[in-house]
Design a protein around this ligand. Structure first.
Ligand SMILES: Cc1cc2nc3c(=O)[nH]c(=O)nc-3n(C[C@H](O)[C@H](O)[C@H](O)COP(=O)(O)OP(=O)(O)OC[C@H]3O[C@@H](n4cnc5c(N)ncnc54)[C@H](O)[C@@H]3O)c2cc1C
Length: 405
């Protein structure tokens, strides 16, 4: 019995696993090969409520707790990381900045279609010259006719092609550094209108797209290949002031707060991949024989899997503890960075080890572990690299030391 879960959490895990076994397992390999966005499954995940798990019912969501949301991401990732990042990026990065920092009018307009999974959302922070140092944004918003003329380019944006609603950062006061950055909601049509119509998604009639907002080149990635990653271009886009999210100058700090939650999501996603890889390795090594014995019966293999199972348990404690702090409204920035750092590095290690103990079979696409190994890498990069997580943790250590002096 897991101390973190109540009956509702256990039922949710069961529901996500059933969904994944029926809808994801049969198509995951092909989607990865062809780098195809899984529209049917995204629609089905919307119908299951997976695209609005922590969002209040008043805004079209399921109003479940933070742990429930993380469990959905984790359990999807056990089967396919691309489906999991679709839910995670849409929810934490795409929807919650509007819910948390937006006006009531913005919440009422944009959150329900996102939470119901009718349209996909995203978050545009990274730029060609602003990666780990995200405060170096060059996207510029200049006041014009009661609105803002925005020019700039965001790169590596999850859902930039398929999605329609984005919160982006832009510099409104270049003199003030990170305190001169503001958030705006921008909208654009999806790059897949036919598929969207076929599966019954999209809100073309009433969303009100902004001219000059468009998706750029699609990235051909090592992993997360069925997730959509592209440039998001802002070319003379005239954005009304009513689309400004939060106060002027609050954009950077609000995005950092959003990233804290996002990092716990990536920790959960990493846990899912790591768990899926160890399960696959356990199953295979208890079936395959060499030298007259099961591969699992060789002690070095047992020790590897035992170590990984122990580290997965440690990563769960870090992740669920961060989720608990998040749920209680307590500070959790350091704990989010710790959970993300530990779980993502573990996920990389677990998938490499799983391939190793499965030998040549693990290296082929007959088994999911080679895909999991490719999917794991970006967990150490997205939403702040491992180095950035260490910087965040170290900053907290110094701050805590100063507070105790
Ligand atoms: C698949 C994918 C999806 C993504 N989705 C989104 C999204 O939806 N929205 C969004 O805004 N962004 C998104 N990103 C961008 C992601 O957050 C960045 O790639 C990440 O923050 C790293 O930035 P960078 O790629 O510019 O690397 P860089 O900042 O150029 O870093 C390169 C290397 O230098 C290291 N480094 C940099 N500074 C330091 C330092 N001070 N000390 C030590 N080492 C350092 C880094 O850790 C890294 O190893 C996505 C990226 C990927 C790959």
């Amino acid at each position: 019995m897991d101390p973190y879960f109540n009956d509702d959490h256990r039922a949710l895990i069961h529901r996500v696993r059933s969904f994944a076994e029926e809808a994801i397992v049969p198509v995951a390999r092909e989607l990865d090969h062809t780098s195809t966005f899984p529209w049917e499954n995204v629609r089905a995940m919307g119908e299951e409520g997976f695209l609005g798990v922590p969002i209040p019912k008043a805004y079209g969501g399921q109003e479940l707790d933070a742990l429930s949301y993380l469990l959905v991401v984790q359990e999807l990732a056990r089967y396919d990381a691309s489906h999991a990042i679709t839910v995670s990026a849409h929810t934490t990065l795409g929807t919650t900045p509007i819910l948390r920092f937006g006006t009531e009018a913005q919440r009422e307009r944009y959150v329900p279609p996102l939470a119901r999974g009718e349209v996909l959302g995203g978050f545009g922070l990274t730029e060609p010259d602003a990666g780990s140092d995200a405060s170096r944004s060059r996207t510029r918003a200049i006041r014009e006719n009661g609105g803002w003329r925005i020019n700039g380019s965001k790169i590596f944006i999850t859902h930039a092609g398929v999605g329609e609603i984005f919160t982006v950062t832009a510099v409104t006061d270049p003199e003030r550094g990170s305190k001169g950055i503001t958030n705006f909601i921008v909208t654009k049509p999806t790059t897949d209108p036919e598929r969207v119509r076929q599966v019954g998604m999209g809100t073309e009639a009433d969303l009100g797209y902004i001219d000059g907002v468009r998706a750029g080149k699609k990235e051909d990635k090592m992993g997360w290949r069925a997730s959509d990653t592209r440039e998001l271009l802002l070319e003379d886009a005239l954005v009304p002031d009513e689309n400004r999210v939060g106060e002027e100058g609050q954009g950077f700090i609000n995005f950092m707060k959003t990233l804290d939650s996002g990092r716990v999501g990536i920790a959960a996603l990493s846990l899912g991949i790591a768990g899926g890889a160890v399960d696959a390795a356990l199953e295979y090594t208890n079936r395959r024989k060499q030298f007259g014995r099961l591969i699992f019966d060789f002690q070095p293999v047992q020790f590897r899997l035992a170590d990984l199972a122990t580290e997965i348990q440690a990563a769960k404690h870090l992740t669920y503890h961060a989720a608990w702090l998040m749920e209680k409204g307590r500070p959790f920035s350091k704990e989010a960075a710790m959970a993300k750092l530990f779980a993502s590095e573990l996920c990389m290690k677990a998938t490499i080890e799983a391939v190793q103990v499965m030998g040549g079979a693990g290296y082929t696409d007959e088994y999911p572990v080679e895909r999991m190994m490719r999917d794991a890498k970006v967990c150490e990069i997205g939403e702040g690299t491992s180095e950035v997580q260490r910087m965040v943790i170290a900053r907290h250590l110094v701050k805590e030391m100063a507070e105790h002096m």
